[in-house]
Design a protein around this ligand. Structure first.
Ligand SMILES: Nc1ncnc2c1ncn2[C@@H]1O[C@H](COP(=O)(O)OP(=O)(O)OP(=O)(O)O)[C@@H](O)[C@H]1O
Length: 672
């Protein structure tokens, strides 16, 4: 115990010990890193740098809520950033052209979410593609955020960045999946920008000319390039340098490194990319230029752009600006998540960040195997030059511990469930689109229905038929056709999308869609009998469908729909509601697809399909209520036909239709 206590105390610097209840004296040579065994406690402000007033416990739900709200304005972002930023705003740090950073100047960009799942990159070693440079990495980047890929040299940072942007160099090969906005696809030309580590600028051009030249190369002829160039200059805070020669001349020095890097990024911004990949944005920059660069990128992210970059090391204030960190060591992901959670993770694994140390230095010290050489050197010296036990930490052991802690942590779980949410939305969308648009397309049968009603009117006036005979005949003759349509289109859709391969589930899907078509046909007959005119009937049906889609709870969760009109009665009248998700207690096709399923979360945990969708859709954890939902659809189909019966009995039999009524009125007016 004493040993543990003394090691634990070694983590505290003199300043932390002052405020610490632990009064043990700290050895003066304790400037090195040691592992603190089994320390599982939340980070306290004594152990870690001051990150503002927030609690260090991370509320994932709150973070996700903020993400769903979309990009925050720049002012808001800086307000909750690291204390260094508040210093910067109060003027205690060297001044930078902050006048350019104004929320009013900001044009919003529709950023994209990018998700990588089980991503592995191999390169050709001595044997065939055996060397893994990136190993089964999982992570995501969201619009309006800064995501940093951090790690020691040769840990695979640039390779991961290249793999995500689809720019891997031969002979590297990528395995795994990359989703862009939930869809497994490559980023199309123009939607992303990739900034290389080395500047490739033409020294004899001014900044503005360089950007204009880039715009000419990148953009089609008809676009107004000048305004895009000015936007890029503004976004990268280059206003003071716009007319300066990049390479300088005999009486004037060329642009400093920081500005050159920003010009390099601005070159990509002329395309107004939704996502920006930057390899080492702080490469060769001094601390002021580095901070200015990161503040500028933070401002850019606040416009909605998704920014991912690699970085070897950063200062504390720069680190405070990151939203998420992907920590790599030798291709392995040791952590992915919020930056504060990373500090907590190191603390949980027994490596709390000592006060006065930059978090990034701390992380790298723990996972950089290059330190092993220093350890070996110290061991040789140890006998002759005193005690070097404080540096005797085996990096390999630290990496293994961090890896194991991450695998079993809630952080890994949170990443997995976020990945599930970002990618699963696609399947839900597909089901919604299929049901909504297939039933919408079926209104093409309206002219035939109108003709049938006209024939019925004639027959009825000759007393050859009645509404019951007409309705029964219509229903019985349409059932085989509707069933054929529902089974053929459902089967194609179901297996094309790869929904759950189980007979009962496929059968429910077909039945559900068949019921939807039956309800829709009842509605069509009703509308057709009211108007008895193709144009007006079509217009009414399309409008009714659009309103029902909006009220069904897909575009906006039903609990959040305005109560009057949208929830009561529209969402209850829309058959889409019952078909797809329905009331919280009566889910439809989503229950079919997700209830009883589970998704692997890390290596030790699973979450249910319901949990994965819970916050996005009001889906119930109860099983088998989908049959109640089918019953509701059946009642609706019958209900529409009862209303139609009443209408036929009282109106059509008397040859009354709204159109004819208006036409009659017009003729009477003309006669006068
Ligand atoms: N196309 C390739 N062919 C062969 N080896 C490659 C390829 N791409 C990456 N590597 C190797 O993968 C390892 C990781 O490289 P990468 O550039 O991704 O690391 P890094 O973390 O960005 O390091 P640094 O910051 O030093 O550039 C290196 O050993 C590199 O030589």
């Amino acid at each position: 115990m004493e040993e543990i206590q003394s090691q634990s105390d070694n983590y505290r610097s003199s300043s932390s010990s002052a405020s610490s209840p632990i009064t043990t004296k700290i050895p003066s040579n304790n400037l090195y890193y040691l592992r603190k065994p089994n320390l599982r406690q939340p980070i306290s402000f004594e152990d870690s740098p001051d990150w503002g007033e927030d609690d260090t416990e991370i509320d994932i739900d709150q973070v996700e809520e903020e993400e769903e709200l979309g990009p925050t304005p720049f002012a808001a972002t800086t307000a909750t950033g690291s204390p260094a930023l508040s210093k910067l705003n109060s003027g205690s740090l060297p001044s930078i052209p902050m006048q350019e950073i104004s929320a009013n100047d900001v044009r919003k960009i529709a950023g994209v979410s990018i998700v990588w799942k089980d991503l592995t990159v191999t390169v050709k070693g001595k044997r065939k593609y055996s060397d893994k440079v990136v190993k089964s990495s999982n992570g995501y980047a969201l619009p309006g955020t800064l995501t940093v890929i951090m790690g020691p040299a040769k840990s695979g940072k640039s390779t991961l960045l290249r793999a995500l942007s689809g720019r891997l160099r031969d002979p590297a090969k990528m395995f795994g999946e990359v989703f862009v906005n939930g869809v497994k696809s490559r980023l199309p030309y123009g939607s992303y920008g990739y900034v290389e580590r080395e500047s490739t600028l033409i020294g004899s051009l001014t900044v503005r000319e360089m950007l204009y030249y880039s715009a000419l190369l990148q953009l089609p002829g008809f676009l107004q390039k000048k305004s895009l160039v000015e936007d890029a200059i503004l976004a990268m805070s280059l206003g003071d340098y716009a007319n300066k020669l990049i390479g300088g001349h005999c009486y004037m020095k060329g642009l400093p490194n920081g500005e050159r890097r920003r010009v390099n990024i601005a070159r990509e911004l002329v395309m107004r990319p939704q996502i920006l990949f930057i390899d080492e944005p702080l490469y060769h920059l001094d601390s002021v230029s580095a901070l200015l660069m990161m503040v500028t990128l933070k401002k850019l992210a606040s416009t909605g752009c998704t920014i991912i970059f690699s970085m070897y090391q950063s200062s504390t204030e720069v680190f405070g600006l990151f939203d998420r960190i992907c920590l790599l060591s030798n291709g392995n992901t040791l952590f992915f998540g919020e930056t504060l959670a990373c500090l907590q993770h190191f603390s949980n694994a027994g490596f709390p960040c000592p006060i006065m140390q930059s978090p990034s230095d701390h992380f790298l010290r723990a996972i950089n195997t290059d330190f092993d050489r220093i350890i070996a050197m110290c061991k040789n010296w140890q006998d002759d030059h005193g005690d070097f036990s404080s540096v005797n930490m085996d990096t390999a052991v630290a990496i293994r511990t961090l890896e194991a802690t991450y695998r079993s942590s809630s952080d890994a779980g949170a990443v997995e469930s976020m990945i599930v949410r970002l990618t699963e939305k696609v399947r839900v969308t597909a089901i919604f689109v299929f049901v909504s648009f297939s039933s919408l397309l079926s209104i093409s049968g309206l002219p035939a229905h109108i003709k049938e009603i006209k024939i019925y009117t004639d027959e009825e006036s000759n007393q050859h038929s009645g509404p019951v005979v007409f309705l029964l005949g219509n229903l019985l003759s349409s059932i085989p056709f509707l069933f054929l349509i529902s089974i053929s289109s459902s089967l194609v859709f179901y297996f094309l999308l790869g929904l759950r391969d189980e007979f009962s589930l496929v059968a429910y899907f077909v039945l559900n869609f068949f019921m939807c078509l039956l309800v829709n046909e009842g509605l069509m007959l009703l509308v057709a009998s009211i108007w008895q005119d193709v144009y007006w009937s079509m217009l009414t049906m399309v409008s009714v469908h659009v309103v029902m889609m909006l009220a069904a709870g897909y575009f906006r969760i039903r609990d959040e729909l305005p109560g009057p009109v949208w929830t009561y009665p529209l969402s209850y009248l829309a058959f889409h509601t019952y078909s797809i998700q329905a009331r919280p207690s009566i889910p439809g096709l989503l229950e079919n697809e997700y209830v009883g399923t589970s998704f692997a979360v890390g290596q030790v945990r699973t979450i249910s399909g319901i949990q994965a969708l819970h916050s996005a859709y009001d889906i119930s954890p109860d099983t088998n209520v989908k049959w109640a939902n089918l019953l509701v659809l059946f009642v609706m189909a019958v209900g529409y036909r009862i209303v139609l019966f009443i209408l036929l009995y009282f109106r059509v039999s008397k040859n009354i239709a709204i159109c004819r009524f208006y036409a009659c009125n017009r003729n009477t007016n003309k006669g006068r």
